[in-house]
Design a binder for this molecule. Structure first.
Ligand SMILES: [Zn+2]
Length: 120
């Protein structure tokens, strides 16, 4: 089944899709926004910000996941502690929802959580 064609967030028109050796690309020519496949269209700054956010989230996972994978606490409690440490709502405390600036604070927060868990 064909994936939906992304709609340009600037002009509201559907993107033009082309097949390249690297796969399908979506593009809004008038606005200069593009994406790979059917992902949301972004401009250059948007792609860079998105890349930074993805890297920060991956890094956050690398620090955070061992907390519950090692069995120090269960996963749900680990997220609750992380939310407290970051000063954000528990519901907002998912790596996939975090802005880069919050995700970048995760490694230090995990350090603090580990320290307080070890203290008992
Ligand atoms: Zn457009």
């Amino acid at each position: 089944m064909a994936k939906p064609i992304p709609i340009c967030p600037r002009c509201g028109q559907p993107a033009t899709q082309t097949l390249t050796p690297k796969g399908r690309k979506s593009r809004c020519e008038p606005c200069g926004l593009w994406s790979n496949g059917s992902k949301p269209l972004r401009d250059e700054a948007g792609h860079q910000a998105h890349g930074a956010r993805v890297r920060a989230r991956q890094n956050a996972h690398r620090f955070f996941d061992p907390l519950w994978k090692e069995g120090l606490v269960d996963r749900e409690i680990a997220y609750t502690l992380l939310a407290q440490e970051l000063g954000i709502e528990r519901d907002a405390c998912h790596m996939s929802l975090m802005e880069a600036e919050i995700a970048r604070r995760v490694p230090r927060a995990v350090k603090a959580i580990r320290a307080s868990l070890l203290k008992g």
